[in-house]
Design a protein around this ligand. Structure first.
Ligand SMILES: Cc1ncc(C[n+]2csc(CCOP(=O)(O)OP(=O)(O)O)c2C)c(N)n1
Length: 343
């Protein structure tokens, strides 16, 4: 189904070579982390659930390139890529996935709860659609403090059917808050194809209902994402209010690692992987423009693998939390003071 295209100014064209390469580097670092996490999970090194972002890296990379450290993001259950692109540490993320004490949540949250307030990553979220109102809160905070900070809320196509979507979009629009809602339309919500459960053909079309702007871009083309995010984040910073940026992509991996994927064919997945891999597409573009060669790409990938291996070693070498700490940081009150509540 065709969608409303807007030609955004080509901000990418003004990027110096190092910054263009940095966009690719972020994607490569995310892919290296995710690929190793998949292996580690299958080798039973990582407990709990893990949802991979492989194939969707151009969105996190292209959006986050416009954010400052003190801008905020809210993420999803598929949040490793958002965290890495926003500047979270790979070693502490890996330790969290391992359930180790040195992890971001002292090993008690796991993949779906990674947060690092020091870089503006307000949190992954196991509750689908749980990030909207947190992002709106960050927008209200910027308004009250009179800063030019913005908040970006990442959400899935399935999540756009939650009631929280309406609450958050309406308030953000009415108060013209500096929040960009970035939809990652990967065509699946768990085992459900988007078209089966979502009334709008394009999530961006829902913007009309809130009196704001909504645009759809090719989310596997980092340049398109970069240019659209540039314009919409800049507008939010200047007080023009929220918008929806829908990024069309595809969920290459199962909904979670270990998903038997009985609801789609291997051919469908393979087609997207071979024809539409955002890393292959962007590296080919950079090579064509003379900004990258094979050796440079291999060196970038090797550095990312080394960084992830160091994170893995950090996680392996770290201790598990002590038994006595099991209930620490889980409640807003101290369970030691109110033992009857957590009996
Ligand atoms: C409130 C809530 N409802 C249901 C679930 C179970 N659940 C986890 S992921 C998911 C699908 C989410 O799809 P989408 O928002 O499109 O994100 P994607 O997984 O495709 O990245 C569901 C239904 C949940 N975690 N939270």
């Amino acid at each position: 189904m065709p969608f409303q295209k807007r030609e955004f100014p080509n901000a990418f064209a003004n990027l110096p070579k190092e910054k263009a390469l940095a966009l690719l580097e972020t994607m490569v670092r995310i892919r290296a982390f995710e690929s190793r996490v998949e292996e580690l999970f299958l080798n039973r090194k990582i407990p709990g659930f893990v949802h991979l972002y492989i194939g969707e890296e151009a969105i996190a990379s292209g959006v986050m390139a416009h954010l400052n450290k003190d801008d905020s993001i809210t993420s999803t259950h598929r949040g490793h890529g958002h965290a890495i692109a926003k500047g979270a540490r790979i070693d502490r993320m890996m330790a969290e996935l391992y359930g180790k004490k040195t992890g971001y949540c002292k090993g008690k949250g796991g993949s779906m709860h990674i947060a690092d307030f020091s870089v503006g990553m307000l949190g992954a979220n196991g509750v689908v659609g749980g990030g909207y109102n947190i992002a709106v809160g960050a927008g209200i905070s910027a308004r009250i403090k009179k800063t030019d900070q913005v908040a970006v809320c990442f959400f899935g196509d399935g999540a756009s059917n939650r009631g929280t979507f309406h609450e958050a979009l309406n308030l953000a629009a009415v108060w013209k808050l500096p929040v960009l809602f970035v939809n990652e339309n990967n065509q699946w919500a768990s085992t459900t194809p988007t078209s089966f459960a979502t009334s709008a053909v394009h999530i961006a079309d829902r913007a009309k209902g809130y009196g704001i702007e909504g645009y759809t871009v090719d989310g596997n083309n980092v340049i398109e994402v970069y240019n659209a995010a540039s314009a919409l984040i800049e507008a939010a910073r200047k007080g023009k209010g929220p918008a929806i940026l829908e990024c069309l992509t595809y969920r290459i991996k199962g909904h979670y690692v270990g998903d038997p994927e009985r609801y789609r064919t291997k051919e469908e997945v393979q087609k997207h992987f071979t024809e539409n891999d955002p890393i292959i597409r962007f590296s080919a573009y950079l090579k064509e423009k003379g900004m990258l060669d094979d050796a440079g790409l291999e060196a970038m990938k090797a550095a990312a693998v080394r960084e992830v291996a160091a994170g893995e070693k950090f996680a392996e070498d770290s201790p598990y939390p002590d038994k006595e700490e099991a209930l620490d940081d889980l409640f807003s009150f101290s369970p030691k003071e109110f033992p009857e509540v957590v009996r």
